[in-house]
Design a protein around this ligand. Structure first.
Ligand SMILES: Nc1ncnc2c1ncn2[C@@H]1O[C@H](COP(=O)(O)OP(=O)(O)OP(=O)(O)O)[C@@H](O)[C@H]1O
Length: 311
């Protein structure tokens, strides 16, 4: 599936080798402007290596990558001016106040005093930190520190924001707050967000996701398309006689049914529409019915053999 033009990130044959280890094998990826793009994969899949190449921290061994219109190998300074990066590990200075952290970052990027003041004010406001901006970052909660890191990465108005596991270690409420801000960002400023995550609900929040394994892309698309592509819904039935239920579902409807320790499992497209028909025709005492759709965890498991929850 190709993303609509123009692209915020485009890689062709991007590759990185460490000694004998090929961390990234010829990656071809296109991310559209304004997209929220999730980059998933088990530990060691090559995600951090890819982000490091895209953010100019690491030189590709081969291939090309263009970020925000500039080539990472030939115009790294240009790329750096146009991107913001939030790393896995906190990097804000805990001794300085939130405001000072933003100020020094922006001055390093060559912004004028006046620009810094208005941009810092509006980002601190947006991230819900305005009333704590004069307190040392060391006194902030984990969620506030992450929001400050996002604010700092946005100070110089980047076109692409890279987030390496932006909410790892945060409680669900803080995670939701960070995401609310990321959504606002997409709506207001069309900033492209490229993030890695191990959380299912974060992956669900993305416009598109790519799954990487052993340095290669194994799947990409919208969360919905990826779930649909791995197939059917599952209808779970509890009955008075599972063996006969399975036989009768197979014979009468030609569906893929089997017994499990938890009852009968039927795999079929459009599971919910089958429920009334199954209930109407089965004479084996159906006591409960549930329909589950494939989750992104099923997608991840299907493509990598591992669970996203327990990478
Ligand atoms: N500096 C390095 N020297 C040697 N090998 C490395 C180096 N950095 C990464 N690797 C190897 O490259 C592969 C990809 O690693 P990378 O850190 O990019 O994966 P990842 O998907 O980001 O994993 P994680 O989710 O654990 O951060 C792994 O096999 C890793 O051991």
């Amino acid at each position: 599936m190709s993303a609509p033009e123009p692209a915020a990130i485009r890689t062709r044959g991007l590759r990185r080798v460490y000694g004998d280890t090929v961390a990234v094998h010829g990656l071809d990826l296109t991310v559209a402007e304004g997209e929220k793009f999730g980059f998933l994969g088990p530990n060691g899949a090559g995600k951090s290596t890819t982000i490091s190449m895209l953010s100019t921290l690491l030189r590709p061994s081969a291939g090309r990558a263009e970020v925000a219109g500039a080539d990472v190998a030939h115009r790294p300074d240009e790329v750096r001016r146009r991107i913001g990066v939030v790393f896995q590990e906190p990097t804000a200075d805990r001794e300085l106040t939130g405001w000072q952290n933003l100020y020094f970052h922006a001055r390093l990027h060559g912004m004028s005093q006046r620009e810094v003041r208005s941009q810092a004010r509006s980002l601190l406001d947006m991230m819900g930190l305005a009333d704590r901006s004069d307190a040392p970052v060391g006194t902030y909660s984990g969620g506030m520190q992450r929001r400050l890191e996002v604010a700092r990465a946005l100070m110089h108005r980047p076109r692409v924001l890279f987030l390496d596991e932006p909410t790892t270690g945060l409680d669900p409420q803080s995670r939701a707050q960070v995401w609310q801000k990321l959504h606002e960002l997409g709506r207001q400023d069309a900033v492209t967000v490229f993030l890695t995550t191990h959380y299912l609900e974060e992956a669900e929040n993305c416009d598109r996701i790519a799954v990487m394994d052993h340095g290669r892309l194994v799947a990409q698309g919208t969360p919905q398309a990826l779930k649909s592509a791995i197939g059917a819904d599952v209808v779970h039935l509890r009955t008075g006689d599972d063996e006969n239920t399975v036989r009768s579902i197979r014979e009468r409807f030609g569906l893929d049914a089997e017994t499990t320790p938890d009852g009968v499992r039927v795999r079929t497209a459009d599971g919910a529409r089958w429920v009334p028909r199954l209930c109407a025709h089965l004479t084996t005492g159906v006591t409960s019915v549930a329909v589950t759709r494939p989750s992104l965890d099923d997608v991840f498991l299907h493509h990598t053999g591992r669970s996203l929850r327990n990478p």
